[in-house]
Design a protein around this ligand. Structure first.
Ligand code: MG
Length: 115
């Protein structure tokens, strides 16, 4: 995926310029993905409404930043472990299509083994 390759190259250049690869063990990157996902979840903490207040530009900006943080660490992780994220996603979609056939899963939130 050309766009992701370009972004990944930009991220690697950013990291190399700062000599930060030494801090990016796979464990640290995996932790960082989870931490950033928790920061996304934190935006919903104490909210009484099931939907985020997307009408407020500042709130949308917060969501965008956390989504970007998650994806940046994911791209670092995939780069360092040599995972082709496009191939991985397509393979997972195929698995999900077979686990969740439309006839059984449409409008149903149950796990595949409970359909
Ligand atoms: Mg963050």
């Amino acid at each position: 995926m050309k766009v992701l390759d370009n972004i990944t190259n930009q991220l690697i250049e950013f990291r190399d310029q700062r000599n930060w690869k030494q801090f990016h063990s796979l464990k640290n990157l995996a932790c960082s993905i989870s931490i950033e996902a928790s920061e996304l979840l934190e935006l919903f903490q104490w909210s009484d409404t099931p939907q985020y207040e997307l009408s407020k530009p500042c709130e949308l900006s917060k969501l965008q930043k956390e989504v970007a943080d998650i994806f940046i660490y994911l791209l670092y992780f995939c780069h360092d472990v040599n995972i082709d994220i496009e191939k991985a996603i397509k393979a997972k979609i195929a698995i999900n299509e077979s686990k969740y056939p439309v006839m059984k899963a449409k409008g149903n939130s149950r796990k595949y083994n409970e359909l």
